[in-house]
Design a protein around this ligand. Sequence first.
Ligand code: 5AD
Ligand code: FES
Length: 358
Amino acid sequence: MDKNQILDYLKTSDEAKLAQLWEKADRLRKQYVGDGVHLRGLIEISNYCCRSCHYCGLRREHEDIQRYRMPDDEIIECAQMAAEYGYGTVVIQAGEDFGITAARIAKIVETIKTQTPLAVTLSLGERGDDELKLWRGSGADRYLLRFETSDPDLYKKIHPQRAQTISDRIAIIRKLQELGYEAGSGVMIGIPGQTYETLANDLLLFKELDLDMVGVGPYIAHPDTPLGQMPLPDSPQQPRPTELMTYKMIALIRILCPEANIPSTTALATINKATGREFGLQRGANVVMPNMTPRKYRALYEIYPSKACIDETAQQCRHCLRGRIESIGRHIAAGPGSRTRRSKLNPSNANTNPIPLF
Ligand code: 5AD
Ligand code: FES
């Protein structure tokens, strides 16, 4: 699919064209990653952040929130619960919090890897090569770092750099791949100042980076952030942060990166709490990330307002998701759910991809 075709889909409201897009994405999803839906238990271990991203409720300048850091034993307990629930992966996420030392993260990863069969994904922001190397050495399998937008000017506007360090997320993603991590990235949809062209470039960059995981969700304005106070430009070039745009992006990701693991994200579930997750799964996605963060901390991890699953327990999310997945004729997949390389499910392409399975 070339850029003009991508732009055409991003802009269309033609029902027949959309139906064809959903059908193609769902067919490729089935062909490349099957009907199993992988569950990744999300543990939000700290809401401290040293950054000032203009869109995010955890930015350091946001003084109205109570900050927390989970103790190590609580983190390990959550991971053990994820394993008992039959989840294949835990995702350890935090703001960019240098108050948790790299050695402490390494120890947590090592403990989870020795005590459980889980794959461990880290999502801890822009970190140095040494830290990434240390964590990979202690057993971390995957790392998530969204590049947020492929437009360098828009990125600079909404993402002030930290001290003198230049923020180059693409370079970090390449480093992660070099270190042997499965690398995940993604963008927000409908950021003020974004254009359809930006989204098309984002999609082409996902493909170029050969990502193992691609997560996207609608931008949700947080009133206590600088970007949250900015109205969406009234320009025909400005995509809206809607459900429809999110489904289009998910479907196009599946078409461009057919082997990737694609989550039906919490941000999508937030703008359509009733059926957003299910529609995401029917239009290209094959992963969901149930929240495992202990309830006392959940509401404090407020990246954006009215986040889905703020009042539910890990147990409730587990039941809820099983029901939702089964209601659309899919099932919960067993195992860690690493990226399925082409040769695995699609025999016609066997042996064409020299990259080994993880
Ligand atoms: N709306 C939607 N998504 C957001 N994120 C951060 N702030 C917002 C917001 N206001 C996303 C970013 C980040 C991920 C953890 O959450 O893409 O990488
Ligand atoms: Fe949390 Fe449905 S996934 S309540």
